[in-house]
Design a protein around this ligand. Sequence first.
Ligand SMILES: Cc1cc2nc3c(=O)[nH]c(=O)nc-3n(C[C@H](O)[C@H](O)[C@H](O)COP(=O)(O)OP(=O)(O)OC[C@H]3O[C@@H](n4cnc5c(N)ncnc54)[C@H](O)[C@@H]3O)c2cc1C
Length: 324
Amino acid sequence: MSTPFASAAMNQARTVLLWLSRRHSLHRLVTEVAPARRLARRFVAGETRAEALAVAAALKERGIRTTLAFLGEHTTAAAEARAAGAEYIALLRALAAAGLEPNCSLKLTQLGLHIDRALAERQLAAIVATADEVGGFVRIDMENADLVQTTLDIFSRLTGGHEPGTPWRLGVVIQSYLRRSEADVRCLIRAGAPVRLVKGAYAEPPAVAFPRKADVDANYLRLAELLLSPAARAAGVYPAFATHDQAIIDAVRALVRARGIPPDAYEFQLLLGVRRELQVRLARAGLRVRVYVPYGSHWYPYFMRRLAERPANVLFLLRSLLHR
Ligand SMILES: Cc1cc2nc3c(=O)[nH]c(=O)nc-3n(C[C@H](O)[C@H](O)[C@H](O)COP(=O)(O)OP(=O)(O)OC[C@H]3O[C@@H](n4cnc5c(N)ncnc54)[C@H](O)[C@@H]3O)c2cc1C
């Protein structure tokens, strides 16, 4: 049971871990110690594309879909940003060639948003063109709150000419911890856009984000209801509910049952290594389940955000460090 004291302590642990996730000086310390590498392997498929494809193939065997993510963010060198763009193009082609669904998730700051917005946008357009070629899909992950407007603007520009009735090749993410998200969801519904709904993984100030978990959860349900509303369905919205929260998953399932919405009209998404038994249980119940499969050597910030979501993971890590 969560007491006010326990919940304040959790919030503090989360804030510290998210702060550490942005400290590059700690990067080597964490990524070079064996227990951290072992724990990270639970959340990350491996360092190479081949390892990620093998994980995707194994999940497919169990009836679970995947979206692959090449790890990297806040890139400051143009050559590195271009290499990430090229990796995504190669990834989509490799997935298609292997008979796996060409579905990927990427970050605009990885494609060079902080260096030159035009570079990031050009690279994204090329990746989406490849997705179109191979019948795939690209999701733009949502990053810090100060990037939301730019991300949504780039998304609208690239999907502006979307022909009704043709498949969407690009989708976005909305974070329920942001106060602005209801207005953004209403706007995306009008466009019929594919939305992944998450709670939000970054440290944001109370001016832009709800500080209390109960408000973030309540907003998640409010936004889920909008994404499953008759207006959203009429506009062709295909929502993805990305969460490991059993209460929210149950509430969404109750909502789709009550509204008679078929299981192919939405999906649940979970992260690799998180609540694996739930992933299998949902898939066995005949629901569409997609797992986010990250790979690559830049796993430090991603790993720290996963620790922040469940500070018990840190205790586990500290214990294994002490008993090395
Ligand atoms: C497919 C997918 C894509 C995502 N994309 C984005 C994105 O683009 N932008 C963004 O800001 N965030 C993204 N997130 C992260 C999201 O914002 C949350 O930080 C994360 O999902 C944890 O919130 P929760 O909904 O699972 O609920 P919580 O209330 O945090 O967790 C519910 C329960 O799930 C379990 N759990 C949750 N996280 C972990 C963990 N790391 N390790 C072990 N157990 C855990 C615990 O049992 C916990 O009690 C994504 C999440 C998923 C699943």
